[in-house]
Design a protein around this ligand. Structure first.
Ligand SMILES: [Zn+2]
Length: 255
């Protein structure tokens, strides 16, 4: 089995003995996202210790209250100067519609920060798929992955045409909608992800589930598992490279 790509994991939330299983494990390459300022600091720290981990800093839309304190934004900007990715950031109209106005205001600040620094984004867009794409259109940001994409099928072409990626979550094992997305999306935009340690309908999402999710994707796409692994790894390395992140394992991947 080739390397396992986890393009969206909340590594900072896992207990140390679990982190140790993935950290510097050559089988895995991870993009570790953050939820707030303390977790952003922890994620940067982890990426410094684990050479297979790329850090993303950010404030999750679920953690956005009525107002974003100015000092929090300044602290995030300072942390952003140390990494190449912002995440988990975005908009959520499905689970936290009440704070949407503040979310939008903050997301625009994130987008201009990403544009200014040439950074990549790991985006949460539950119930706000269309709005997120509309907002992105106003900024020059190249490295974009829309995590756990289950949005309308008719957005897939636009996402692909813009050179963005979609995260296919291991929940596709039980989520029919996610399998339909895989069927319809071009192979060149797919990234695998766990979103660990989140749990979905009783299923604990972990990077260890990715190989079995890969087998399902391989069936759905009608491509051999080796071919699929190579394609996903190539997509992930393309995604990271667009944001100027060049981890050491990239040397092993053919450009
Ligand atoms: Zn997440």
């Amino acid at each position: 089995m080739a390397m396992i790509v986890d393009s969206h994991i909340h590594l900072h939330e896992l207990p140390q003995h679990i982190i140790s299983r993935y950290c510097n494990n050559e089988k895995f390459v991870l993009l570790a996202v953050s939820d707030d300022i303390p977790s952003s600091e922890k994620t940067i720290d982890l990426s410094g210790k684990c050479k297979n981990v790329t850090a993303a800093v950010g404030i999750h839309p679920w953690n956005i209250k009525e107002e974003i304190p100015t000092d929090e934004l300044e602290r995030l900007k300072a942390l952003a100067g140390r990494v190449r990715f912002l995440g988990e950031v975005g908009l959520d109209k499905r689970f936290v519609p009440d704070t949407f106005k503040t979310q939008l205001c903050f997301f625009r600040k994130i987008l201009s920060l990403a544009e200014k620094n040439g950074m990549g984004l790991s985006i949460h867009a539950a119930g706000a798929w269309r709005v997120v794409l509309d907002e992105l259109a106003s900024y020059r940001v190249r490295a974009v992955a829309i995590h756990w994409f289950t949005g309308p099928y008719n957005l897939i072409k636009e996402i692909a045409d813009r050179g963005y990626y979609i995260g296919v979550n291991v929940a596709l094992k039980i989520q029919k909608k996610a399998r339909l997305i895989v069927e319809k999306a071009p192979l060149g935009i797919l990234l695998t992800e766990s979103d660990a340690p989140y749990s979905y309908r009783g299923m604990t999402l972990t990077p260890d589930e990715i190989p079995s999710a890969m087998r399902i994707i391989s069936d759905l796409k009608g491509v051999k598992i080796e071919e699929l692994s190579e394609a996903i790894l190539k997509n992930f390395s393309g995604f990271l490279s667009k944001a100027g992140a060049a981890p050491t394992w990239l040397a092993k991947v053919d450009p």
